[in-house]
Write a protein that binds this ligand. Structure first.
Ligand code: ADP
Length: 193
């Protein structure tokens, strides 16, 4: 199964994508993690991405799309994966559709984690002490939320129109949310089996 996990910064995408990846038996592919790995290794891509990430802006589509195309081309992602943090723009949606279409495949479902804005900010500021992320400051977090609402939330609605959206309440304990996410995915896995 090929899944996307979407939701604003701080919604818990990374946490639950890991559990989902085990469930679908494919890799958890986080564009944020891939970028941070490049930043840490000071690659050319990392140096380019760093300034966008620190400002809470999206890395340009061409760069992001190339990185994802590369990653999805690896054998472990041939049949199943959980994409976390991609696509975030209309161009990225089109790139992903074309990429999968060329393999005779498509996105099977999109999990959206919903959490109120105030809670998102509180969560990110709490974790900032341990994350050490340059983009986990209050100003940058608020900007990331605004960019998400402007550029990415409409894409989630478009996946809804395609009938692919599984909306999951992302509040409560981590276990509560994990059970909801797994329940939603199991229901469609049963329906498509
Ligand atoms: P969050 O969802 O909390 O913002 P991520 O780790 O998913 O965190 O992403 C961190 C940053 O990496 C983003 O703010 C952005 O700068 C960059 N990034 C990640 N994914 C993408 C993407 N698909 N397109 C453009 N930039 C991205």
């Amino acid at each position: 199964m090929r899944l996307l996990i979407m939701g604003p910064p701080g919604a818990g995408k990374g946490t639950h994508a890991g559990a989902l990846a085990a469930l679908v038996d494919g890799p958890h592919i986080s564009t944020g993690d891939l970028f941070r790995d490049h930043v840490g290794r000071r690659t050319e891509l990392g140096r380019l991405a760093e300034k966008y990430i620190s400002a809470g802006e999206y890395v340009p589509d061409a760069v992001t799309d190339d990185m994802v195309r590369d990653r999805l081309g690896r054998p472990d992602a041939a049949r199943a994966f959980v994409l976390d943090g991609y696509p975030r723009t209309g161009t990225q949606v089109a790139t992903l559709d074309a990429l999968l279409d060329a393999r005779g495949a498509a996105v099977d479902a999109v999990v959206e984690l919903t959490v109120p804005d105030d809670e998102l900010v509180a969560r990110i500021l709490r974790r900032s002490a341990v994350s050490g992320r340059s983009d986990d400051t209050e100003d940058v977090v608020r900007h990331r939320l605004a960019v998400y609402a402007d550029q990415t939330a409409p894409l989630v609605r478009a996946y809804g129109e395609r009938g692919l959206l599984l909306r999951v309440d992302g509040t409560g304990t981590m276990d509560d949310v994990r059970r909801r996410v797994e329940g939603a995915v199991a229901a469609i896995a049963g329906a498509t089996a």
